[in-house]
Ligand binder design. Structure first.
Ligand SMILES: [Ca+2]
Ligand SMILES: [Ca+2]
Length: 282
């Protein structure tokens, strides 16, 4: 490992055996002082594009370059997040433009703007930089609650009056998935309810609560629209239970999908079946 400043720029680089170069003082555009030997005079970034939770740059130079690096920084700081340091694919006589991305194992935060620095070096060792910022894609999770098999409707001698509510991460279904539906267990309750949520972590929880309403006219002390919390239990007003589905989304910004069947028991009892799908969107 060596500290180097090969382009005689104001930036400082940390080079490793793998060729990784960390630009510690990135916000400098520079030209090589021995300009006569340089085959390039600048580098232009046409676009920095998001893919999954990563970024890659489309850039161009006046002549082929022999090396290129692409580094990403925490927004508004000089803290390096990751560097896509690798030799450019357009060495020798291959003309620009070219693309250079971060390594596949880099996971940036979705829906986040990052600063970047792209540096290139020609055969004469002349190094040039371009900097800017780019935003990663949003993670969009869709959870569909297909149906619930209700084993206990919460009432012993008559049909239950069921309220169904869903939650994905910190977003709650509004309106309710079901409001005051009459169900006599055992029975399958069709839900067909999809929630689309962005800003979720990679390990995310989805929940479905089914509550039986025992509120009678005049019981103002216990009436709210939907009183039970995301738990299970029974009181004078409600019987309820909550199914909790833990979803681990694919790594590295990969799209994916899956299914779930989860049982819950408490003041009610049911098994909920559904699907999830994650993708990355602008
Ligand atoms: Ca009840
Ligand atoms: Ca009831």
């Amino acid at each position: 490992m060596r500290i180097t400043n090969p382009g005689r720029a104001l930036g400082v680089f940390l080079a490793t055996a793998a060729g990784t170069v960390l630009l510690l003082s990135p916000f400098v555009a520079t030209a090589h002082p021995a300009a006569a030997a340089c085959s390039i005079r600048s580098v232009g970034v046409k676009r920095v594009m998001p893919i999954g939770t990563s970024l890659y740059a489309l850039y161009h130079t006046a002549a082929p370059v022999s090396k290129a690096w692409f580094a990403v920084y925490e927004p508004g700081t000089r803290t390096l997040v990751a560097t896509g340091a690798r030799w450019s694919t357009h060495q020798g006589t291959t003309a620009s433009p070219a693309t250079l991305g971060l390594p596949q194992n880099v996971e940036l935060e979705p829906g986040t703007r990052y600063d970047y620095v792209l540096s290139v070096e020609d055969a004469a060792g002349c190094r040039f930089y371009a900097r800017g910022s780019a935003r990663t894609l949003e993670r969009l999770l869709e959870v569909t609650f297909d149906r619930a098999y209700v084993a206990d409707d919460g009432d012993d001698t008559a049909a239950g009056e069921l309220y169904v509510r869903a939650k994905v991460h910190d977003t709650i279904s509004s309106p309710n998935v079901k409001t005051d539906v009459t169900v006599t267990a055992p029975a399958t309750l069709a839900l067909g309810y999809t929630m689309k949520v962005t800003g979720v972590p990679r390990s995310v929880t989805a929940q479905l609560m089914i509550a039986d309403d025992d509120v009678s006219f005049g019981e103002w002390n216990c009436w709210t629209d939907f009183a039970p919390t995301w738990s299970k239990g029974s009181n004078a007003c409600w019987d309820w239970a909550t199914a909790t589905i833990a979803i681990d989304l694919p790594r590295h910004g990969q799209s994916g999908r899956g299914t779930f069947t989860t049982y819950a028991a408490g003041g009610t009892a049911f098994e909920v079946t559904g699907t999830w799908r994650v993708r990355y969107v602008p």
